[in-house]
Design a protein around this ligand. Structure first.
Ligand SMILES: Cc1cc2nc3c(=O)[nH]c(=O)nc-3n(C[C@H](O)[C@H](O)[C@H](O)COP(=O)(O)OP(=O)(O)OC[C@H]3O[C@@H](n4cnc5c(N)ncnc54)[C@H](O)[C@@H]3O)c2cc1C
Length: 512
């Protein structure tokens, strides 16, 4: 694609993690897309530090598993502590490979991840990233096009480009969200927090997971994010600002419980920022051919480290569907499933984050009761324990691409596991960017031919393997798995299950 086209099938506003992930997915399927961002470089301030195994798996699909391993650090999970640092509850995460094939909790630095995502995008000629490009307007032209106007921030020149699909990955103050007339529904949470990154070669000898200090006066979060790098977050008091903590000496009283014994001059203050944590969901995620993704569609308070994760899930969910539509493999109606599937999932995760935030910060008798009575027993309550200990997120809601009907054990809407198969390869590496039929019963030759014609990979779930067990637990003989690894449908009737596989035929060398 040339650098200054007048028409591009997909234009993406915003080159944050969500926008670059969407662009990479589309480019993997050979879809031309233009990404516009107002800034030259990635946003340097401290933000996300945690992502889960589902998202690690998604990064692997973008082709950067090894690169991410080099900049991240598996963590042990989450501890809820009282104001005296006593552990009230602990939720362990597995550092070894999870069902998705990666550690369940991973610490990293968002600007480093974003740099990695941008570097990776360069290998896909179908995607062009144009920086210093401030998008000022997005207006529909007729029913099937959008005109995007942007200003080159260096030359001051105004440009126009037409597109078939516009993806607003333009963050919390999204222009695209306004263009589709969506408004943010406020889930009634707003708090000012101080966020600081500190470097030190000294060993702090702390438990290697996230510490959440539950204290209505001064709630706090601590975590190690690299060999010598640490993140603290503190709720600010009404009369405080980040400027009050711009030196190590001023910050020291807050971080003392973790750095006792380490001299002040051994600690190097990195980035210091103030953020207002919010919980919001847009009431509409698309209008016609304009969509919002990531922080443009939802804001998650970072207590469970899931905001960026949600944006990447959006990009993955919409990316392969949009590629299918642009390439003529899928009907345009499948794009409706993006909001149907993703909105309830994002809302659930925000409510979960709010629950943790409430336990950390709520004052009064309710807060005290939560901390003294409920939290210490939380990990003993069956059901709740699994939810918190397991990094698995909820199944997607029913849609034309997630045929749900049967109850709690059903597989549709859930992610399939990513085990190492008998040939020594991981499932994801065998399936790539295509649909898969995972089956514990052999397909007859005509069925096999038909699956090949439709572009799907057939994977045998041999007796005694993880895939066979997974199908058995879901009371299924076979499952159809989408390119984003969500189960489209599962059941006991092989022919019926195979019928649901759409024609979806990316070339074998998509790199996905
Ligand atoms: C303190 C803190 C801690 C966090 N911790 C975690 C965590 O541990 N785990 C986690 O998963 N999430 C976490 N998050 C959330 C995470 O940082 C965000 O969810 C994530 O950055 C959202 O990515 P995005 O690409 O959707 O939006 P953004 O990162 O905001 O990117 C939007 C992009 O759009 C561009 N843009 C906007 N408007 C225009 C325009 N008009 N023209 C051109 N370009 C435009 C911007 O320049 C920007 O590059 C945290 C957030 C904070 C603040």
């Amino acid at each position: 694609m040339n650098d200054d086209p007048s028409f591009v099938p997909v234009v993406i506003v915003g080159a944050g993690p969500t926008g670059i992930t969407a662009a990479t997915k589309l480019a993997q399927y050979g879809v031309d897309c233009l990404v516009l961002d107002r800034w030259q470089d990635v946003y340097p301030q401290p933000r996300a530090v945690h992502l889960d195994d589902e998202i690690y798996r998604l990064l692997a699909g973008l082709g950067i598993a090894d690169e991410f391993a080099a900049i991240s650090r598996p963590a042990h999970g989450l501890q809820l502590r009282d104001r005296n640092m006593r552990v009230m509850a602990q939720f362990h995460r597995e550092c070894a490979e999870s069902i998705n094939g990666y550690p369940q909790a991973n610490m990293f630095d968002q600007p480093e991840l974003e740099a990695l995502l941008r570097a990776n995008l360069k290998q896909y000629p179908h995607a062009v990233l144009r920086v210093d490009a401030e998008v000022t307007e997005a207006v529909p032209i007729g029913i099937d096009k959008v005109q995007v106007t942007f200003t080159d921030r260096v030359s001051g020149e105004e440009h126009r480009v037409e597109t078939r699909y516009l993806l607003g990955c333009d963050g919390a103050n999204s222009l695209v969200r306004a263009a589709i007339d969506a408004r943010m529904e406020d889930l009634q949470f707003q708090q000012r927090w101080l966020v600081v990154d500190v470097a030190t070669a000294a060993e702090l000898n702390q438990w290697e997971g996230v510490h959440q200090v539950c204290d209505p006066h001064r709630a706090a979060t601590y975590m190690r994010i690299g060999d010598t790098r640490y993140r603290w977050e503190f709720r600010l008091l009404p009369d405080e600002t980040a400027d009050d903590f711009s030196t190590m000496a001023a910050l020291y009283p807050l971080i003392r419980p973790w750095v006792e014994g380490v001299a002040l001059d051994e600690l190097e203050l990195g980035r210091v920022a103030e953020y207002t944590f919010r919980a919001q969901v847009a009431n509409r995620w698309h209008r016609g051919n304009m969509f919002v993704l990531g922080d443009a569609a939802h804001l998650t308070p970072p207590f469970i480290g899931q905001g960026l994760c949600a944006g990447l899930r959006d990009a993955m969910n919409l990316g392969w569907k949009l590629a299918g539509v642009v390439n003529g493999w899928l009907p345009e109606s499948v794009l409706d499933t993006y909001e149907q599937e993703r909105m309830p999932h994002a809302r659930y995760m925000i409510r979960f984050a709010l629950a943790v935030g409430t336990a950390m910060t709520a004052g009064g008798e309710v807060g005290n009761f939560l901390r003294r009575v409920v939290l210490p027993r939380l990990h003993r309550i069956p059901g709740v324990r699994e939810k918190i200990v397991d990094s698995t997120t909820p199944a997607l809601h029913s849609s034309a691409l997630a045929h749900k009907s049967r109850g709690r054990r059903e597989l549709a809407g859930k992610l399939c596991p990513n085990p190492v198969l008998v040939d020594g390869k991981r499932l994801d590496n065998v399936v790539g960017a295509r649909f898969a039929v995972i089956t514990s019963a052999p397909l007859d030759p005509p069925q096999r031919d038909e699956m090949t014609r439709r572009g799907a990979v057939v994977v045998a779930a041999h007796p005694g393997t993880e895939l066979a067990l997974w199908l058995a637990v879901g009371r299924a003989m076979a499952a159809v798995v989408r390119p984003d690894r969500t189960v489209l449908c599962a059941g006991r009737d092989l022919a019926e299950v195979c019928c649901t596989v759409p024609i979806f035929a990316p070339p074998a060398d998509t790199g996905a």
